[in-house]
Ligand binder design. Sequence first.
Ligand SMILES: N[C@@H](CCC(=O)N[C@@H](CS)C(=O)NCC(=O)O)C(=O)O
Length: 224
Amino acid sequence: MNRANVARPILWNYHLSTCSWRVRIALSLKAIDYEYRAVDLLSKKGGDQFSTQFTKLNPKQEVPILLIDNNLFTQSIPIIEYLDDTRTSGTKLLSSDPVKRAKSKIIAELINSGIQPYQNANVIKKINVQMGKVKRIEWLNFYLNKGLKALEANLKNTKGRYCVGDEISIADLCLVPQVYAAKRYKIDVTKYPLINSVNLELEILPSFIKAHPDNQPDSLKNNN
Ligand SMILES: N[C@@H](CCC(=O)N[C@@H](CS)C(=O)NCC(=O)O)C(=O)O
């Protein structure tokens, strides 16, 4: 099903948000033009995701949110699936082969539910306040390495040029932002040679560069 783009989609997101970045890559790979609405997760007020106005859009107080085809969608994975189902042109993000599809969703889920929630801004803030900076660093080191270790083991069975064989999939959209976040938290990603090598292949592709935090309107680099 290929739908006409009646109104320009709107993406509420934040340049450094890994979940937003996944959706930005998908929108770029599908060549979908959209309006960028920045939500400053770290604003001086304590985070714009907690505002009354934003909470009405997403009671979970998280980005991304995509308004498309008159539907307001939250959760990056279903958003990517929706884009793949309705926009058949551009890169196919979920293979029609059930095995490849399952393998790429396993990797996406490993990152989406197995790593990202542990590094989420509100979680880290709470740990910092309740347990202090040392515990926060310990927490991030433990959970990110635990997740990346499992991801590395998984890639042994699936990796080609990208996460699953030689075709880009939803797994790759999750991997690049996650590696970037791990590096921000000072995790040595070279300990994971397969993850590192897939990341190097992907991060030079135009859609991944276009979606990179530094290239977004709310990036500090664009506001100095
Ligand atoms: N499973 C959700 C997670 C969304 C999520 O956690 N977003 C983060 C940014 S990557 C967020 O908005 N965090 C706000 C906070 O922690 O206060 C998705 O994939 O969209």
